[in-house]
Design a protein around this ligand. Structure first.
Ligand code: B12
Length: 213
């Protein structure tokens, strides 16, 4: 039964049919499938397939966009279930996607997991210039900052953003985490970030570790 639901959700995200994705999510939750299983065993593999189809020119930008919308329709249903585990606030986290980049599904998923373990997340959104990260650190005095980049062409903005934080004299007060599909641990080390995580779950765990929580 749950295999069938996971398959239906996978197909709905690949085909980009938001109503079917939402319906399969409802059915799965009603049948007792774990929210994290819907995410990691169905929706994320579906987006990986969408990426593969795009790369091989079997689908194009509009199809990729409607798949992203289907994913978001389902994520909207899961978000309250994943975030309401928070017992109390353990810290503040500023998050954003770098300038020139509008991918936000992975970032939003990290936000949900960070809220789930108790962080207050201030989400700066997408296409965030370095100076906006700097302003947000001044304004909110977060414990940690997360910077996402999803394109090989926008990865260099991670460096620009970290440099801006250093130049503003704010580097010592915050832990900096970087992530996004093309980012690696080796790259994170090279650019002077405090941490890198490949998934939203490990991002939340790592943030706690870095802050000694
Ligand atoms: C959906 C999607 C889109 C949607 C985005 C919608 C949205 N609201 O996000 C749309 C259609 C808008 C889009 C546009 C483009 N896209 Co696109 N897109 C994708 C796709 C299919 C899925 C991305 C995704 O959401 N994955 C699922 C999430 C859950 O995974 P994730 O992003 O990796 O995030 C996880 C981790 O990285 C980590 N993480 C994420 N952020 C952070 C932050 C921190 C601090 C930490 C610690 C961890 C962390 O945790 C997340 C959750 O587990 C990927 C394919 C792929 N395989 O990734 C291509 C992909 C990323 N896109 C690609 C491209 C080329 C583009 C375009 C340039 C296409 C074009 N010709 O216009 C544009 C760029 C627009 C721009 N300026 O940003 C390429 C990038 C190639 C490259 N190496 O640079 C990919 C890889 C597709 C491909 N195979 O070619 N895209």
């Amino acid at each position: 039964m749950s295999e069938q639901i996971l398959d239906q959700l996978y197909d709905a995200v690949v085909a980009g049919v938001a109503e079917d994705a939402a319906a399969a999510t409802h059915t799965g939750l009603d049948a007792g499938v774990e929210p994290l299983s819907l995410l990691f065993d169905s929706m994320i593999p579906a987006l990986e397939e969408v990426g593969r189809l795009f790369e091989t020119n079997e689908i194009f930008l509009p199809e990729m966009l409607i798949s992203a919308r289907a994913m978001q329709a389902s994520m909207n249903l899961l978000r309250p279930m994943l975030a309401d585990e928070a017992a109390s606030r353990i810290g503040t986290f500023v998050m954003g996607t770098v300038a020139g980049d509008i991918h936000d599904i992975g970032k939003n998923l990290c936000n949900v997991m960070l809220e789930g373990v108790g962080f207050e997340v201030i989400d700066l959104g997408v296409n965030v210039p370095p100076e906006q990260f700097v302003e947000a650190i001044r304004a909110h005095k977060p414990d940690a900052v997360g910077i996402s980049a999803f394109l090989t062409t926008t990865m260099s903005e991670l460096v620009t953003t970290i440099d801006a934080i250093v130049d503003a004299g704010l580097r010592d007060g915050v832990k900096i985490l970087v992530g996004g599909a093309p980012v690696t641990q080796e790259y994170a080390d090279r650019i002077g970030a405090d941490g890198f995580a490949a998934t939203a779950v490990t991002a939340a765990q790592l943030t706690k570790e870095l802050l000694g929580i």
